[in-house]
Each structure stands twice: as structure tokens, then as C-alpha cells.
Write a protein that binds this ligand. Structure first.
Ligand code: HSE
Length: 436
């Protein structure tokens, strides 16, 4: 039986998850593939010993002992971050190793160099776990949807942010309180910036857009807003309007240009994405032949993510075994077909909005605000003013019909300057109805 040897660089959550999955599923994988896929070496600078059931696996400190090991076929880079991960990946490629990684920050920023090097050296790059944790989203997009022009990508792609928003919604407590508790329970990182500010979601959207549209894009080109400014009051008001607030990645393919954005979004309760709760992820594609597809599952976690990395390992092992390495281009398009596309500037986008103004409750304020909105061609769909407490400011909440982002920005600048507006204006985009 053909034997394929795997080396793991980085034995943290995902690295140890891959090891556990390869160990616990070894026999099943053998039955399914006819290949003996074995973990033979782990490199980790902070470990002195591996768990007992890995007694056949060699633990080393230096990643080069994996990269330069002639018996290792597949290197799993699972340390995360840009460096030294990029150096390890590039060195492994140059040494003729196939590489699997879960590193969305690396791929969404340095993917061009990595995919070019892999093509030059005739090796495969697997990155299923970089988007949606255990959900087989990459393989679905690359292979299952190959006969489609992808019209849109929309999803909840960060479990930490979704967990925090879900608890804020269910318990009515502020962001900071939930975040602290989530950190204590291990649901959020000590530094949660990437997760809560939408950056991790932008990394994932960039990877999906490259594959969906056959284009180059880095995460820096994606307009990104996070959830740290969301208040329980807005969640409560959203509920009164029949919506949930979710951190969404949204991309639409307009042919000449493509939308790319990550921001908190009010999602109607009857939309499938409104019911994705806790640490779960869901990714929705619309294809011109298939229609709508929704993939749902755990977007993080040691073993679910290990399952996705193991799927890459198995794919590569099968390709090695059948002499078909490079059968499927990693970014789903032939490299010479990947093109630059214009990203739609945010100020050109149209959609409905939620505004919450904090105003002094006195005559003429509503008229002044609605007058400014009208001058900017922004039509109000509904208005709610919450209860009046003696001498205190009140929340004045509006939903608009579809408006242009640049007009909204200009109108809010003017409204902000009114004497009666006494606190920063909250603006949340509503999910637009899909145009068929
Ligand atoms: N930090 C990510 C999340 C998981 O919270 O969803 C890894 O992509």
C-alpha cells in the first residue's frame, strides 16, 4: 500500500487537531483511499513531548527538519500569522513538498507569491481550513460549483463575532461584558481585534472572491467594519423591526466591478442567515446555474478544523497516488485566467439603512433631520421615537428606503452638526432584497 508521510509545523489548536483526526481516522481514510497516510514528524518550539498515542511521531524544534526531510510528502503549516509562516511555506514548496495550511491571513495577503511558487515547483497547496473551519467551503466552490458564474457570496464567517452578537441578542448585555466572558471561557482570543473588527472575515472573503470570480484581491481592498460599536439598544431596536444584527461578508458580482465588504448588517428574521447563532458559520453562494447554496457548520475549533485540514491532506495524497498532482488549480481558475477586477467603491453602493440619532426632544428636530435626508434624496421608510424621560435625550430611529452610500455620508455629516443631536449617530446597513 502506498504510504504518504505528513509533517506538521505548529502543534497548537489546529496542528494538534489535524494530528488527532489523522490518528483517529487513519483506518477509515485507508479504507476510503487505499493509502496509508501517516503523521511522522511534528515541529513545535514550545513542546518537549507529544501525547502518548503519538509515540511513533518524532518531535523536533526546528521546522527545517520537516521541510528538508526527504521522506515527508506533505507539510502542514499550522502556526498562523505572516512570518515565519511564509518563509516555511516557501521553503517547503522549493523543497518540492506539497503544503496544507489554515492560514487565511497569509493567503489573503501573500497568496500571489505562494500560489506562483507552488505552480512553478509543481506542488499542491491545500487551504480548506482557511475559510469556515470544518465546513468544506473551498472544495464546494472550487469543484462543486465549477459550472457556475458566481453571482454573489454572503456569509457569517467568524465564529467569535457571531458568538458575541448572539449572546448580546439573547441576554441584552453590552459588547464588553460578553467579550470578557467569552475570553474567560476560551471562545475569544486574548487579543480579539481580528475577530471583532471584521479583519478575519475580510481575510476569508478575499480568499473566496479570488476563487469565485477568478480575480486578484487582498483583504486590504475590502471595506471592513466590526461589531465593537454595536450596542444592546440597536440589537433591541433591530428586533422591533423584525431583524437580527449579524457581521456579514458581502460580495456581489456586477461583471465590470465586484462588491467587497464586511460590516454589521440588519438581517430580516426570516432570512436563513438570521438564524445562524453562536460559534457557527454559514456561507451562501448564488450561482447562475445552481441558484442558491448555503453551507453551514462549525467555523472554528480543534477537531472540526482538523477535519478540513485532513481533507486537504487526503486530496493531495490521492493526487500523488494517481499521478494527478495539479489536477485542480488551487484558486479554481487556470492561473493565466486570473484577472484584476475593479472593486466597487463603498460610496457607489445603494441599500437601505438604519439610523439611530440621539436627540433633544424638542419641536422641529424630526423635521430638520428628515429635511436634510430629503435634500440628499434619502427616503424614510419608518420612524420610531423611544420613550421620553424628563430632560433627557431620546433615541430617534429611522429605517430608509434604498439610498446611495455617498448621499448617506453627506446627510449624516450635516445632521451631526445640528445642535439637537447630542451623541454620535449610529448607522447600520440593512440586507438588501436580492434582485433576481
Ligand atoms: N477566529 C476564527 C473565528 C476562527 O472566530 O471564527 C478561525 O478562522
Amino acid at each position: 500500500m502506498k504510504k504518504i508521510q505528513v509533517g506538521i509545523i505548529g502543534f497548537g489548536t489546529v496542528g494538534s487537531g489535524l494530528a488527532e483526526v489523522l490518528y483517529s481516522q487513519q483506518e477509515r481514510i485507508m479504507k476510503r483511499t487505499g493509502i496509508d497516510i501517516s503523521l511522522t514528524k511534528v515541529a513545535d518550539t514550545s513542546l518537549t513531548v507529544l501525547p502518548d498515542h503519538f509515540s511513533d511521531v518524532t518531535l523536533v524544534q526546528d521546522a527545517k527538519e520537516i521541510i528538508n526531510d526527504p521522506d515527508i510528502d506533505i507539510v502542514a503549516e499550522l502556526i498562523g500569522g505572516i512570518e515565519p509562516a511564509k518563509t516555511f511555506v516557501m521553503e517547503a514548496i522549493k523543497a518540492g513538498k506539497h503544503v496544507v495550511t489554515a492560514n487565511k491571513a497569509l493567503l489573503s495577503q501573500e497568496g500571489h507569491d505562494i500560489f506562483s511558487a507552488a505552480a512553478e515547483h509543481g506542488v499542491e497547496i491545500g487551504f480548506e481550513a482557511s475559510v469556515g473551519g470544518g465546513i468544506p467551503v473551498i472544495k464546494s466552490l472550487r469543484e462543486g460549483l465549477v459550472a457556475n458564474r458566481i453571482l454573489s457570496i454572503m456569509g457569517i464567517m467568524n465564529g467569535t463575532a457571531n458568538y458575541i452578537l448572539t449572546r448580546m441578542t439573547d441576554e441584552g448585555v453590552p459588547f464588553d461584558v460578553v467579550l470578557k466572558d467569552a475570553q474567560e471561557k476560551g471562545f475569544a482570543e486574548a487579543d480579539p481585534t481580528y475577530d471583532v473588527e471584521g479583519i478575519d472575515t475580510a481575510h476569508k472573503l478575499a480568499i473566496l472572491m479570488c476563487m469565485a470570480y477568478g480575480m486578484n484581491i487582498t483583504h486590504n481592498e475590502i471595506a471592513t467594519e466590526g461589531i465593537s460599536q454595536i450596542e444592546p439598544l440597536d440589537i433591541e431596536l433591530a428586533r422591533e423591526f423584525g431583524c437580527r444584527i449579524k457581521l456579514l461578508a458581502i460580495s456581489r458580482n456586477h461583471g465590470e466591478h465586484v462588491e467587497a465588504r464586511v460590516h454589521p448588517t440588519m438581517v430580516p428574521e426570516n432570512h436563513l442567515l438570521a438564524s445562524i447563532n453562536g460559534a457557527y458559520n454559514a456561507i451562501h453562494f448564488t450561482g447562475d446555474t445552481v441558484g442558491n447554496v448555503l453551507l453551514y457548520g462549525l467555523g472554528a475549533g480543534k477537531v472540526p478544523t482538523g477535519s478540513a485540514v485532513a481533507a486537504d491532506v487526503v486530496d493531495i495524497a490521492r493526487n500523488i497516488n494517481s499521478g494527478s498532482v495539479g489536477r485542480v488549480p488551487p484558486l479554481a481558475y487556470m492561473p493565466d485566467q486570473i484577472q484584476d477586477r475593479r472593486i466597487t467603491p463603498m460610496n457607489e453602493l445603494f441599500g437601505p439603512y438604519y439610523f439611530r440619532f440621539t436627540v433633544r426632544d424638542e419641536p422641529g428636530v424630526l423635521a430638520a433631520i428628515s429635511g436634510i435626508l430629503g435634500q440628499h434624496n434619502i427616503s424614510i421608510e419608518s420612524v420610531v421615537q423611544k420613550i421620553r424621560e424628563q430632560n433627557s435625550a431620546v433615541p430617534l430611529v429611522m429605517l430608509t428606503h434604498t439610498a446611495k452610500e455617498s448621499s448617506v455620508a453627506a446627510a449624516l455629516e450635516e445632521i451631526k452638526a445640528l445642535d439637537a443631536v447630542v451623541a454620535p449617530i449610529v448607522k447600520i446597513r440593512l440586507l438588501e432584497e436580492e434582485q433576481e
